[in-house]
Design a protein around this ligand. Sequence first.
Ligand code: MF3
Ligand code: CO
Length: 284
Amino acid sequence: MKKFIHQPRFTPKGYSEEVEAKIQHYKKEGYRLPQRHLLRTAQQIEGIRASARINTALLDYIADHIQEGMTTADIDHMVYCFTTDHDAIPAPFLYEGFPKSVCTSINEVVCHGIPSTHEVLKDGDIINVDVSTIYKGYFSDASRMFLIGNVSPEMRRLVQVTKECRDIGVQTAQPWTRLGDVGAAIQEHAEKNGYSVVRDLCGHGCGVKFHEEPDVEHFGKRGTGMLIVPGMTFTIEPMINMGRYDVYIDEADGWTVLTDDGLPSAQWESQILITETGNEILTE
Ligand code: MF3
Ligand code: CO
């Protein structure tokens, strides 16, 4: 019989006995827990991290090249080429029929904007570029806002506060707290600043599939919702509106989500891994 030099930390499934004991405890108390398959194994975590590294490098690349006068189709082209050059696949492409490799959402477009050769980035625009990558079967997802030329102070503030909402959400997503804690923290920060949180779209589990459980709402009540457990990987991606939170889908393309009142909207997205001691930011 061989002796271990170090006590192995993980069971084959990838979590420690301490985590296992806590899961059993909370289960007995009647908490809503993530299904087992949502707790990633060490091998899955390595795969998701590798995908996330490409996704983050892609957003850095976009940040270096995005500029006034370019079309959103140019952004799509950059995303497609960069991703495939890294032996990866743009997850949005043909996902539920989405026709392009990236979502580009300008001003009053909340999300899921479709890149177009007719859509030119102009002075004063704010744009969300949302990229998602499949690498060796693992999924990553993130989005950032970019300011084109001279953006009004009002819109800059919206972009800044939305980023803070995302960051507060990430800081709040600690092991053994609740998804409602995350939503509440985001909602408080948005509303304190006079903005509203979009209700109709949410963050999501992401890693083994593009969109999986749980739904991660960006509003809510503390002490409610699913328990946050080490091994989960999900996105936090608040969409914050300058005006009211109501949105609608463009009938013409079936994708583009716009604000009802026509006022601007911003979004920042990160994907995180819940660890035993906190969380790890996978994408931003
Ligand atoms: N990337 C988006 C998200 O953050 C999803 C886009 S779905 C697509 O979840 F089909 F529009 F790409
Ligand atoms: Co997402």
